[in-house]
Design a protein around this ligand. Structure first.
Ligand code: SF4
Length: 366
């Protein structure tokens, strides 16, 4: 299969152009079409001569993931379900700022992207892992989610800037650090001035706690933000819902996080989904606050989004607020996420699961 233009760097492109005896300035023109103008076909590269377009067509493929479904909610959160070239489906979620509802900065447009089809890590509360892991996303499939969303809503967002998305969270379907090499190459493109131009400080990588890869991330030079999907402050509670905790228990995970913080000099975030009767008891507050104090981490509490077919429930608002209050009383930084997208299938992997399960199976009468 031909390489994708959406995973190509200037160096690679220039080397190809010189083999074709094309001037090197064409490289920037092509990258502009791909990463800034979101074209899905070489035919749209109007300032490139026909001979170059023919050469590009013969050496590369180019295309955006096809949009299978968009769900939008009243608070403007959008969930996109993409169909990839092999028919696999992944999700991205766009969370435009909504100052009227949330008082946020009006220019912040966050996109959450996926890194794998399915997930092997089997967190008990999560829809993404319910049907197991299928494959890692390729570099162009990670970058392509951003390009496709921007292309899709170019007029609606109207930021007055070239880029429509200016904050990226790697928290969609899949364990990002289990697809480390493709993710790093995709983020290089997303971060580069010749690419999608999203600053490293506006890119957050979330992990369920893959210790060797957290250490690898600490050693690489770019300053991405790190979020740990914690969801339990003691091994007993965390192991119940996150099998990864048996391989890398909290003490081991926190040592790796400490090395990351020392290396990068950056605050990390603990994501903590509140699930009724599982991890929302006040007995979790003190150990959670201890970990956060030790790492100077901020805690994001997220009320659970119910998933069809799973028994877990979101705690009452009073329970959520009591948990938050308990944390704040210890002096750590903590927030309770004001929910966006609860009226759509917002839990990670839920829309894909629903569409897959509703699709006629081979041999089924339609
Ligand atoms: S929470 Fe993340 S790591 Fe866990 S199963 Fe879901 S996608 Fe995988």
């Amino acid at each position: 299969m031909l390489p994708s233009l959406q995973s190509t760097t200037p160096e690679q492109l220039q080397s190809q152009l010189s083999q074709w005896d094309q001037p090197s300035y064409r490289s920037q023109q092509i990258l502009d079409w791909v990463y800034r103008k979101h074209v899905a076909s070489v035919d749209e590269m109007l300032n490139c001569p026909a001979s170059l377009r023919n050469q590009l067509r013969s050496a590369y493929r180019l295309g955006l993931p096809s949009c299978e479904q968009v769900q939008g909610s009243a608070d403007t959160t959008r969930k996109y379900l993409w169909r990839l070239e092999d028919g696999a489906m992944v999700e991205s979620v766009l969370i435009p700022a909504n100052p009227a509802l949330y008082g946020e900065a009006s220019d912040r447009h966050t996109l959450c992207v996926s890194t794998q089809v399915g997930c092997a890590y089997g967190c008990r509360f999560c829809a993404s892992g319910l049907e197991g892991w299928k494959r890692n996303l390729e570099v162009h499939e990670i970058v392509g989610q951003l390009l496709a969303v921007e292309s899709h809503c170019a007029q609606e967002l109207n930021t007055g800037q070239d880029r429509k998305v200016n904050n990226l969270v790697i928290m969609g379907m899949g364990e990002p650090l289990a697809n480390y090499d493709h993710l790093m190459r995709a983020l290089q493109i997303i971060n580069a001035p010749w690419g999608c131009q999203i600053g490293a400080r506006k890119i957050t990588i979330s992990t369920s706690g893959l210790v060797p890869q957290i250490e690898q991330l600490a050693r690489q030079p770019i300053q991405y933000r790190l979020a740990i999907s914690l969801h339990g402050a003691t091994d007993e509670v965390r192991s119940q819902i996150m099998p990864i905790n048996r391989k890398y228990p909290l003490a081991t995970l926190m040592q790796a996080c400490e090395r990351y913080v020392q290396e990068k000099g950056k605050m990390i975030t603990f994501e903590y989904i509140l699930i009724e009767g599982v991890n929302d008891g006040l007995d979790q507050v003190a150990p959670l606050a201890n970990w956060a104090q030790r790492l100077h981490a901020k805690v994001n509490l997220i009320p659970y989004n119910q998933v069809d077919g799973l028994q877990w429930k979101r705690p009452e608002l009073a329970v959520q607020e009591a948990f938050l209050k308990g944390l704040l009383n210890t002096g750590i930084k903590a927030t309770l996420r004001r929910e966006k997208g609860h009226d759509i299938d917002a839990a990670c992997g839920q829309l894909r699961l629903k569409v897959q399960r509703e699709a006629p199976q081979p041999g089924t009468a339609v």
